[in-house]
Design a protein around this ligand. Structure first.
Ligand code: PLP
Length: 371
């Protein structure tokens, strides 16, 4: 198998552990092991006596129960646990697609959502949000792109990198189109649960469509990226069984300590997500003020959900800007060109507590340097 380098992940591999001020991460604030264990009485003792043998390939039943509780119409039997969302994307594309199939992907996208399909020999079309309308998607554009060979449509709400979140009627219309046409809806929902107003939360695709696949993970909403626990939820028996069998060639089963810790976190999902939404709320207020003070240089809009947004640099070149910024001030932004985007935008991430301090560093840089 030949696959193109993952541009965004290569960029992080270069900078994430050397640049001191990360202003583009997509995960939420993490926590120490002791803090997670302190959420549940006896958890520390249970953790120390955990058996470190192989685990159940589809995921620990108690963890699958905790995942299922995040959905309306999903039972533990519909949940297949993976090593992060990334393994689930890889495995899904490999079982759902053959060379010559057609896939439509919500763009600009987290690269693996398109790249794995391409590496299998599928034709990939982009269904791009409209930057002049805060990256809104148009269902008529999707309809025009559908062909008899279209097997999968990939969406990502709340969206990385733009923060776009449609209304529930959009999700229902998309699901109806999937029924009508026959494509499988692969819905990357890794930022679901990070809506500033809970009434904006979209129904999960797997809840409203019995062939759709919903993707979730511990990294974003729950801030526990280092656990490397993700999952798919689906009532599509064929996809579920094929993915379960494919996993025998990738990870076989998950890390027992990670499954144990993810279970504690998900049994307290609301509490942990609320803590992260509070951080996001505060950070967005800081970002609003920061961008209002630099309206000549940036176009900013405040997303309704998620931990990333995609403001535009109005002067100069975004690649040169990001390079100079990290070299001179140690502040890391993510140029949109890593998403194959040419709108001179960059990703900003606001799920971590240090965002206000880093914004001050960015402000100081802008005062000293001309863009
Ligand atoms: C939209 C989207 N999907 C999937 C992933 C992969 O998540 P993980 O790294 O936790 O496997 C990410 C990570 O940034 C993402 O932004």
């Amino acid at each position: 198998m030949k696959i193109e380098p993952f541009r965004l992940e290569r960029y992080f591999a270069k900078h994430e552990f050397s640049a001191p001020y990360l202003l583009c991460t997509s995960d939420c604030e993490s926590m120490e092991l002791r803090d997670l264990l302190s959420i549940k009485p006896d958890a520390q003792e249970q953790f120390l006596s955990l058996w470190l043998g192989y685990t159940e390939s589809s995921g620990d039943p108690v963890l699958r129960q905790a995942v299922a509780a995040l959905y309306e119409n999903i039972t533990p039997d519909h949940v297949l646990v993976h090593a992060g969302a990334e393994e689930a994307i890889f495995n899904f594309m490999n079982v759902a697609l053959d060379a010559g199939d057609h896939v439509i992907v919500h763009g600009p996208c987290y690269q693996s959502l398109a790249e794995v399909a391409r590496s299998i020999g599928a034709g990939v079309s982009e269904w791009r949000g409209d930057p002049s309308r805060n990256w809104e998607l148009d269902l008529e554009v999707l309809q025009a792109r559908l062909t008899p060979r279209t097997k999968v449509v990939v969406v990502n709400f709340p969206h990385n990198p733009t923060g776009f979140l449609p209304g529930p009627e959009f999700m229902h219309a998309l699901s109806a189109l999937s029924e009508q046409h026959g494509f499988i809806l692969f819905s990357d929902e890794v930022y679901r649960g990070l809506e500033l107003d809970p009434s904006d939360r979209l129904p999960a695709a797997a809840d409203i469509n019995d062939r759709a696949v919903s993707l979730g993970v511990m990294s974003k909403t729950f801030g526990l990226a280092g656990l490397r626990i993700g999952w798919i939820s689906t009532r599509n028996v064929r996809i579920f069984n094929d993915m379960a069998a494919f996993k025998d060639y990738t990870t076989i089963c998950n890390s027992a300590p990670s499954e144990f810790l993810a279970t504690i976190a998900l049994q307290n999902a609301g509490k942990i997500a609320q803590r992260n939404i509070r951080i996001i709320h505060e950070n967005l207020d800081h970002l609003d003020r920061f961008f209002a003070g630099h309206a000549d240089l940036f176009h900013w809009y405040r997303p309704k959900a998620g931990s990333v947004a995609f403001p535009t640099l109005l002067k100069g070149n975004v690649d040169a800007f990001c390079t100079d910024l990290v070299e001179k001030a140690g502040v890391l932004l993510l140029p949109g060109t890593l998403y194959n985007d040419s709108s001179n935008a960059f990703r900003v991430g606001f799920g971590r507590k240090n965002v206000p301090d880093i914004l001050q560093k960015l402000d100081t840089y802008l005062k000293k340097n001309t863009v």
